[in-house]
Design a protein around this ligand. Structure first.
Ligand SMILES: Nc1ncnc2c1ncn2[C@@H]1O[C@H](COP(=O)(O)OP(=O)(O)OP(=O)(O)O)[C@@H](O)[C@H]1O
Length: 319
């Protein structure tokens, strides 16, 4: 469990999951999560995120490979692992006639050493909704109730499957704040999300899954750094791409032109931007709607998904 001075509370090695009918949803996935870290699993629809997380939660045995959570096999040693983990599933599935407070109390009855339900409801911003029936909650409020229930056992490891789906911007930011506070308090968080901004805001490290395999992994900065930055501008009517200095000299590694809009890709943003602007200045050319930006995680994600799809000949992703 110790590696390079870090305690790995989740260790996944060559994990495989095969569904009835022989479909291989997880095809040799390996990663580890350190104590007190937020780790995000990203991927397109059907990439295998939930299938992986369910194996970590001990809901099914793997078809191959190894999972350890807090040093135990979460399926075979469920009794040792379950009390120390909190799980927020994609669908909570509570009896909808119960109120928020009744739901939290009922759930607390199933958790050994549960925190006071009122305390966790306050943490997720539901203190004022305790008397409301679950069926009357908004989608975002249900997600917050799911999160409150996952926190009842004061878990060391928290599994959050798309925790902010359906939340408005403020609710999402509140959840981020709470996840950060939990992390700062030493909780290890494994998160799946479709919101790349969320992964960028929360994750210490992440892995991008594609068709059951890890296509990229590292810190958000590492995953992003491998992707080119972009410079976009509009050429004036009387100018053409050929009027620019040779693109190789500008340090451009790829380009597209659509009407008068030029998009340049570069791994040397400062050099390319400086040379381009120096040329424009000397030539007296105004580069309209100039936009210079480093690759975001979203661009990295789309680039990785495109590359992976090109290799496997599947779906295309727009830039
Ligand atoms: N019970 C099941 N039986 C057969 N195939 C399944 C089952 N559950 C999931 N799959 C398939 O396994 C693949 C991975 O699904 P999974 O739900 O793990 O993906 P995901 O990355 O979580 O997707 P999403 O982002 O849409 O939630 C998909 O092709 C899915 O259709």
């Amino acid at each position: 469990m110790e590696a390079n001075g870090h305690e790995h509370v989740i260790e996944v090695t060559d994990l495989r999951r095969v569904y009835g009918g022989g479909f291989e949803a997880v095809r040799g996935v390996s990663f580890s999560v350190r104590r007190g870290e937020v780790f995000a699993l990203l991927g397109t629809n059907g990439a295998g995120k939930t299938s992986t997380v369910e194996l970590l939660e001990g809901l099914a045995p793997p078809a191959g490979g190894r999972v350890r959570v807090l040093g135990h096999d979460p399926y075979a040693q469920r009794a040792a692992v379950r009390p120390r983990t909190g799980v927020m599933l994609q669908e909570g599935g509570f009896p909808s006639e119960l109120t928020v407070a009744e739901t939290a109390r009922t759930w607390a009855g199933c958790v050994s050493g549960a925190r006071p339900p009122q305390e966790v409801l306050a943490l997720v911003g539901l203190a004022g909704r305790t008397g409301v029936r679950v069926k009357q909650l908004s989608g975002g409020e249900r997600r917050r109730l799911d999160l409150a229930l996952a926190l009842l056992g004061d878990p060391e490891v928290l599994f959050l499957d798309e925790p902010t789906t359906g939340l408005d911007v403020e609710g999402r930011r509140d959840t981020w704040k709470l996840v950060r506070a939990l992390r700062d308090g030493g909780t290890t968080v494994l998160l799946t999300t479709h919101y790349l901004e969320e992964a960028e805001a929360l994750a210490d490290r992440l892995a991008i899954l594609h068709e059951g395999r890890i296509a990229a992994a590292g810190t958000p900065a590492e995953v992003t750094a491998a992707q080119p930055s972009r410079i976009t501008f509009e050429l004036p009517e009387d100018h053409f791409l050929g009027d620019l200095p040779p693109l190789g000299e500008l340090g451009v590694c790829g380009h597209e032109i659509e009407g008068r809009v030029v998009r340049l890709r570069t791994h040397e943003l400062q050099r390319t931007a400086t040379r381009l602007l120096t040329w424009a200045d000397r030539a007296g050319v105004e580069l309209r709607r100039l936009d210079v930006r480093s690759a975001s995680l979203e661009e990295a994600f789309l680039g990785i998904a495109r590359e992976a799809s090109a290799k496997t000949g599947t779906r295309e992703y727009a830039a």
